[in-house]
Design a binder for this molecule. Structure first.
Ligand SMILES: Cc1ncc(COP(=O)(O)O)c(C=O)c1O
Length: 435
């Protein structure tokens, strides 16, 4: 029996908005998907595929201007221009007030480390740092390391329903709180956190908010102004770009943070938080990934809202994520049904009417079959998922799982399809029967 969606529709039937989603065009934009048509890639939370425009941008950079920035010759000037363009693109992607609020680097983890080292030097009477047990360990352990510098760690804990509730944050924040560090979305169980409400509570006490936007980035519109956060970190390689990371911070806060920098680096963002040379070709790819999302939004506007102008690039990005969210809600619903049909235990937000508060990232286990066995069996059937603790060992323990073995995670993005989910469901049913 297929479950009914909140609107009474059968979960297998595409909704009007999902039917309108240009899935064929989207998939045609990602060459890696077309090169391996038999392979179902449900491990996107570990890094997504890239569209052709990203490959072209990386190629162009390596062929035409693979030189160091800051020189006086044309190729070097072209690198400076690429970086400036990418900064503006990422500023548009996150709704930053200025491109100088965007710093480029290797990955999210190293940015969290860099920021924690600087914030650790500013602890005074405000010495409490709120962390959560739902986050990726990079956004927990790094802050906990500041206990050596006198920080006191306060835990905001996930509720049984599989999400953080802002009501639980209220008693944890006080005039002694320096920072609330939390994720926008769990990379293990897909729950979306009400970070704007969390920021309101933190700011009412003069504390700052550091958001891990890594897992939310490919699924929803980031808006640092609406979230009213102070810092936000993302991995470009989860948002359809090559391996790289970026950090956004409020300009005035970045300006006064005592980050380590060599004397010859100006004490100004973004340079003061960019340690050495980063991978320029991947930054060029990040710029192209934003353009991919922008053109997806523009295409949808042309199809659906003929004549209705989008407000610039940000408008196109808003549109893109609106249609992505709607399509992904349907994927979530179908995944929940597929897992449930095989008697899988789904961890976290498992309700069919809760797809608006989650992304299509699910952790589950099949009865009496180890997660590694399930993953191996799925791999034999050409389906790529992952098992283990998902770098959220505390969350695994909170869910009653052993951190070592954890659960199976399937993580989908907007290029995945209902047909893939059906194959996945049939494969799970087979494994359930045969193992
Ligand atoms: C939610 C979350 N935070 C942080 C990280 C670490 O990101 P990076 O690999 O860019 O350091 C990940 C990686 O999977 C993640 O999912």
């Amino acid at each position: 029996m297929k479950a009914k969606s909140p609107g009474g529709r059968n979960a297998a039937e595409p909704s009007e908005s999902s039917a309108a989603f240009p899935i064929e065009t989207v998939r045609a934009s990602f060459p890696a998907l077309n090169r391996a048509p038999q392979f179902t890639f449900f491990d996107n939370a570990a890094g997504a595929q890239v569209p052709q425009v990203v490959i072209d941008a990386v190629n162009h950079h390596l062929l035409e201007c693979n030189v160091q920035r800051g020189g006086r010759y044309a190729k070097s000037i072209a690198v400076d221009e690429t970086i400036a363009r990418a900064r503006q693109s990422v500023a548009d992607l996150v709704n930053a007030r200025s491109a100088n609020e965007i710093a480029f680097g290797m990955n999210a983890t190293s940015f969290i480390r860099l920021m924690s080292l600087a914030i650790g030097r500013t602890l005074g009477k405000r010495d409490q740092i709120v962390v959560t047990d739902m986050d990726h360990e990079a956004n927990i352990a790094t802050w906990m390391d500041l206990e050596k510098s006198g920080a006191k760690i306060v835990w905001w804990k996930v509720r049984d329903g599989g999400n953080l509730h802002v009501g639980d944050l209220i008693p944890l924040v006080s005039p002694s709180t320096r920072l609330v560090a939390c994720t926008l979305t769990s990379n293990a169980i897909g729950s979306i956190v009400d970070v704007a409400a969390a920021a309101k509570i933190a700011h009412a006490h003069g504390a700052e908010v550091f958001l891990d936007g890594v897992h939310y980035g490919p699924h929803g519109l980031i808006d640092v102004q609406a979230f009213d956060c102070d810092y936000l970190v993302c991995s470009g390689y989860k948002i359809f770009a090559p391996h790289m990371g970026f950090l956004w911070g409020r300009r005035e806060l970045l300006a006064k943070l005592p980050t380590f920098r060599e004397d010859f680096i100006p004490d100004e963002p973004p340079g003061k938080i960019e340690a050495g040379t980063f991978v320029y070709e991947n930054v060029a790819g990040m710029d192209a990934a934003v353009r991919y999302l922008e053109s997806l939004g523009k295409g949808m506007a042309e199809d659906k809202d003929a004549g209705q102008a989008l407000e610039g690039r940000r408008g196109a990005l808003e549109k893109a994520f609106k249609v992505i969210r709607s399509y992904e809600e349907m994927l979530s619903l179908e995944m929940l049904t597929a897992c449930r049909d095989c008697d899988a235990r789904i961890y976290g937000m498992a309700k069919e009417n809760g797809t608006g508060e989650r992304v299509p990232t699910l952790c589950f286990n099949l009865p009496n079959i180890s997660p590694s066995r399930v993953t191996e069996e799925l791999a034999r059937r050409n389906i790529g998922v992952r098992d283990g603790h998902m770098y959220s060992p505390r969350l695994m323990r909170r869910l009653g799982l052993l951190a070592e073995s954890g659960a199976v995670r399937a993580s989908l993005v907007h290029y995945n399809t209902l047909a893939e989910i059906r194959e996945f469901g049939s494969a799970l049913a087979e494994i359930r029967k045969s193992c």
